[in-house]
Design a protein around this ligand. Sequence first.
Ligand SMILES: NC(=O)c1ccc[n+]([C@@H]2O[C@H](COP(=O)([O-])OP(=O)(O)OC[C@H]3O[C@@H](n4cnc5c(N)ncnc54)[C@H](OP(=O)(O)O)[C@@H]3O)[C@@H](O)[C@H]2O)c1
Length: 324
Amino acid sequence: MSVFGRLRPLLDTALDRTVVPGYTRIGYRLRQSGWADDLPQGALRGRTVLVTGANRGLGKAIAAGLAGLDATVLLTVRDRESGERARDEIVAESGADVRVAVCDVSDLGTVRAFAAELRTRVPRLDVLIHNAGLLPATRDETADGHEITLATHVLGPILLTERLSSMLAASDDPRVILMSSGGMYTQSLPVEDPEYRVGSYRGAVAYARTKRMQVAFTPILARRWADRHIRVYSMHPGWADTPGVASSLPGFRAVTGPLLRTPEEGADTAVWLAATKPAPPTGTFWHDRRPRPEHYLPWTRSSDVDRDLLWRYCATAVGLDRVD
Ligand SMILES: NC(=O)c1ccc[n+]([C@@H]2O[C@H](COP(=O)([O-])OP(=O)(O)OC[C@H]3O[C@@H](n4cnc5c(N)ncnc54)[C@H](OP(=O)(O)O)[C@@H]3O)[C@@H](O)[C@H]2O)c1
């Protein structure tokens, strides 16, 4: 192995710790040059994958990447028309079987109905990617009374996975992927205030707290569905130039502009986690095709007791052990 090859893991870790180079396209390009395990053509032929928030940004790029590996893709969107536009573009590029499904993942009743309907027409689901996300300007609640980022990033994905778990269990290699964010490194678990009712509301904090929850719950979800052989991963994409970043973080985009990753670069690890063989260990957190630490700042750590308390809150909120 060349000297550069031997130094590569050290370089990768240094990129991760220094954030800006690692999260931008600089980190992606440097790491990518060392990836020996490119996915073979047709890696997902015969597999069915569902991607939420797939009409634009990273979700659309993930869906296109999966379609490029010949998966059957269920683009799951809030707005059918923009979903159909995305589908037409992906089909024109890949020729894959891409279908549009409509579900607002923040609305628990809608999620239950969507999952029930999907179970009647799709016998097996191989990969479920929870990509839908938002960074709201002001505090908003869903019809169920949950703060919007908690509902979209945590409650909806837990409920949707649970309700599709029989379809996932029908696969010989089922995988679930939660799209978190490097922003989660700045926050601890909001054990005392999961619905962000206390203090002045900041969308970026709500966003980072719920992205932290996704990562903290990944091992719990992995254990929950282990008897069905469902593997669960969380990941962060770095910083990619998407419509969401343009509308929610215009100042950030103006500063980082040319260094931002393309949506395809941000989508890469999700596509890789969906398709690489053998499947990586369940319950793990990833960025740029490598497992990553869950904490860099000591004050973001929580006890197992606190994590389990917050998990119980969310499991109860979605009625996890209820059958209806
Ligand atoms: N871009 C980045 O640098 C970056 C960094 C870290 C993490 N992420 C994460 O990556 C994911 C995608 O981000 P993006 O940058 O591509 O954002 P984006 O351009 O804003 O796309 C977000 C997608 O989520 C959908 N969505 C939002 N709320 C939904 C709901 N309740 N039900 C169903 N779909 C919903 C949106 O649908 P509509 O079109 O209907 O609004 C849209 O398709 C998010 O989870 C985000 O937190 C992105």
